[in-house]
Design a protein around this ligand. Sequence first.
Ligand SMILES: NC(=O)c1ccc[n+]([C@@H]2O[C@H](COP(=O)([O-])OP(=O)(O)OC[C@H]3O[C@@H](n4cnc5c(N)ncnc54)[C@H](OP(=O)(O)O)[C@@H]3O)[C@@H](O)[C@H]2O)c1
Length: 323
Amino acid sequence: MFKQHFFTLSNGNKIPAPSTIGTGSIYFKSNEEDYNPSLTQFLERSLKELKGVIHIDGADCYKTYPETGDALKKNFKEGWKKREEIWYTDKFDSKGGRSPSPKAHINKALEKLDLEYVDLYLIHHPHVEKSLNLDIVDVWNEFIELQKEGKVKNIGVSNFSVKDIENLVEKTGVKPVVNQIEWNPFLFNQSPGIYKYCQENDILIEAYGPLSPLVNYLKGTDTSSEGAAFKSYLDELAKKYGVTNTVVLLAYTISMNVLPVTTSTKFERIQDAQNFVNDHPDLKLTKEEVERITQLGLKHDASRRYKSWTDHYTEYESQSQKI
Ligand SMILES: NC(=O)c1ccc[n+]([C@@H]2O[C@H](COP(=O)([O-])OP(=O)(O)OC[C@H]3O[C@@H](n4cnc5c(N)ncnc54)[C@H](OP(=O)(O)O)[C@@H]3O)[C@@H](O)[C@H]2O)c1
């Protein structure tokens, strides 16, 4: 029987996992006018046919509000999912003059999405556009106000280091409930010590790039023997549990207390992720299996998708694969 998995955030709210529809990366566009009907159709089909709570990951810079807004409107018109059966995450990004302030941005986003609130609002990265008269603490203070106003139900950050988070907490006394970072067994620490810090401080890590170890291998961009050994163990477990190796990796991520944020252009893959992670009675990786996946991952070099978030990433490499 289908049983939706939820993580409990530090404020007691429950967040559905996995997030199966990321509207960035493969759907990323440079402007909203380049409408992508395949994304609208994909979202509509997911809202209509998938079981459980649909967790959509969005952001200002993905430029996918028109498609998401159209799909949400159709959903409510057709009565497929109720508002509480949809989780929508949005992100604020001031870089390149994208948005002057979190408040200005969220008001516009809500209008485009035709929603009264978003479930989670994240600061996309710790950099604030220099020409704006704001620093990162001002941004966080606006987030806190927006939560009080009810326009955003939960507030968090993305691509933040330990220092970045400590700065916000020290200046405002308010801890983010989520830190969305690049995370998978080939990149345990996007920045030094971030996995352990978030676990110890009850900040839920959301992983983007959760499938990179498999995707890079399949694409042929990872030709290492460690990559092959990793995939081969996932295949062994997939056979044992009667699921795909993708599902094993997503189940592993959840076992590590990390919420995977994945996406696909193929409905069957999304369905597989949504259904099997939530609906497979036998899919309980043992402690030993989880540990073996971790150990195989640690043998692989740190593998990072975006190298330019911060100047420090090269320095971090030697610390990225320590947990
Ligand atoms: N906060 C941030 O800075 C940030 C950065 C990047 C991404 N994100 C978010 O994270 C979301 C997830 O993106 P991601 O690229 O990181 O996710 P991912 O799950 O690591 O990778 C997605 C890729 O995996 C492929 N894939 C999915 N299922 C597969 C399967 N069963 N077998 C083989 N390949 C499979 C997809 O290709 P197919 O289409 O061929 O299935 C797609 O190219 C984005 O959409 C965005 O919302 C956030």
